[in-house]
Write a protein that binds this ligand. Structure first.
Ligand code: ZN
Length: 444
């Protein structure tokens, strides 16, 4: 964990005061009918005016009990839970809950920094969008609207995939592997030199809607593997790539249109809508670190693969297990390279290989972009989470190199990562998958 400023008693008090004052600020508006109208007016957008992101630290081991209480407290939105060998959690506090949280922090002996003072202001400046004229100019010149200077809507991402398939028909094909619960296609891009029997890599992003850096990085990888193909060595040409840049397109669009901090898919409607797709996979489904309660952010769904997104992904991957040798799913945030198991502390029999390649990935990412990533078993390094796609890929689909990569940052912008970080994070992501291409192309 990067070091954080130790707040003095005085700054803590002044922060407490500002938290207290914010209690009286406007409460966020929750749209409860977001799913019924396809393109709701702007006023339905949820406001995070006055909400704050706090990095809360336990100064001693016994205070960690207080951190655990805090992260599960009603009215607290935990962005980053307490990880093994860490003594901090990142929590978002809405103004209407500030009083309650202040009281708890006062009595707990925990210290904290206000990392984001007004979340809505951060959201408003995170993603400068292009004007219609600029977009049309770009599309006319390049044939698509993608840039890595902003976070794009699904239509731009899909338009870009279609452009690639049309422009490079010998190299690129698109397959719709199913539809989301709201009927959006799940588009997998295949990049292949066309040599039969080549080993293959699966890459996905955006299973959690608000983690915008993941689809941005995955499309960065796509762009480099196709439009800059000769710059990356032979291994990238020796493997087949199957890439699903947005696993959760409904949630992704919802996070752009209505609620920037939406995580789950869009089954149902209202405050308790949605299933956490990364708790819905059918390997050790329903265990530790998942919930049976629909309102929870980690709701696992009614059964394993109850959701069309996870069902489609698993069906497709299962039909390619003969060639798939690596599975990488991109998330944010925290800067971790995690391998199975996630459902409980423990390791597969080939732990040494997963760890060795994980360390290689970390070095390559550091060299490519400058950020440090921590490597380890998911439950052992972060915390247990059952029903994740990486455990399923390893435990059920039998894909040797299965990783979850938590991209930038370590909780200074969190999910609201400004656009200038897209390219460095994209470079890191590309470096990670190139290590895997090297491994499997050489049959290791
Ligand atoms: Zn995630």
């Amino acid at each position: 964990m990067a070091s954080i400023r130790d707040p003095t008693a005085e700054t803590t008090r002044s922060v407490m005061k500002s938290l207290l004052l914010l209690c009286f600020a406007l409460a966020p508006l929750r749209a409860d009918d977001g799913a019924t109208s396809p393109e709701p007016a702007d006023e339905a957008r949820i406001s995070y005016e006055g909400a704050q992101l706090l990095k809360v630290t336990a100064p001693s081991e016994e205070k960690e009990v207080a951190l655990r209480t805090l992260q599960d407290m009603e009215g607290v939105d935990t962005w980053l839970r307490l990880a093994t060998n860490s003594s901090t959690v990142d929590v978002m506090v809405r103004p209407e809950n500030a009083d309650k949280v202040k009281e708890f922090l006062d009595g707990s002996g925990l210290t904290f920094d206000v990392i984001i003072d007004n979340l809505q202001a951060a959201i408003d400046t995170e993603n400068p969008t292009m004007t219609t004229d600029e977009m049309e100019e770009l599309e006319g010149r390049k044939g698509h609207r993608m840039t890595w200077q902003s976070y794009h809507r699904l239509a731009d991402i899909y338009g870009y995939l279609d452009y690639l398939a049309q422009t490079y028909p010998q190299l690129v094909t698109i397959q719709t592997i199913g539809n989301s619960i709201e009927g959006r296609p799940l588009k997998v891009l295949k990049i292949s030199s066309g040599r039969p029997g080549s080993p293959a890599i699966w890459i996905d992003g955006g299973i959690h809607a608000r983690e915008w850096i993941a689809p941005a990085s995955v499309t960065y990888i796509i762009n480099e593997l196709i439009e800059n193909r000769d710059a990356h060595g032979e291994s990238v040409k020796d493997v087949d790539w199957y890439i699903l840049p947005v696993v959760n397109p409904d949630g992704y669009e919802y996070s752009h249109r209505i609620d920037r901090l939406w995580r789950k898919n869009r089954r149902g409607s209202g405050y308790c809508a949605g299933i956490d797709l990364n708790r819905n996979f059918g390997y050790k489904w329903g265990g530790a670190g998942s919930s049976r309660e629909p309102c929870k952010e980690i709701f696992a769904g009614s059964s394993a693969f109850s959701e069309p997104e996870t069902a489609a992904l698993s069906k497709f991957v299962s039909s390619h297990t003969g060639t798939l040798k690596a599975y990488v799913t991109f998330h944010s945030y925290g800067q971790y390279i995690l391998h199975p198991w996630g459902y409980a502390v423990g390791y597969p029999h080939d732990h040494a290989d997963l760890s060795r390649v994980g360390q290689k990935i970390a070095s390559a990412m550091y060299q490519a972009g400058g950020a440090s990533y921590k490597v380890g078993g998911a439950a052992a390094t972060l915390y247990p989470a059952s029903g994740g796609s990486d455990d399923w890929a390893k435990g059920a689909a039998g894909i040797k190199y299965s990783y979850t990569i938590e991209l930038r940052d370590r909780g200074y912008f969190g999910f609201i990562l400004p656009v200038q970080y897209i390219i460095p994070t994209g470079r890191e992501s590309l470096a990670a998958v190139k290590v895997l291409a090297d491994e499997i192309a050489n049959g290791r």
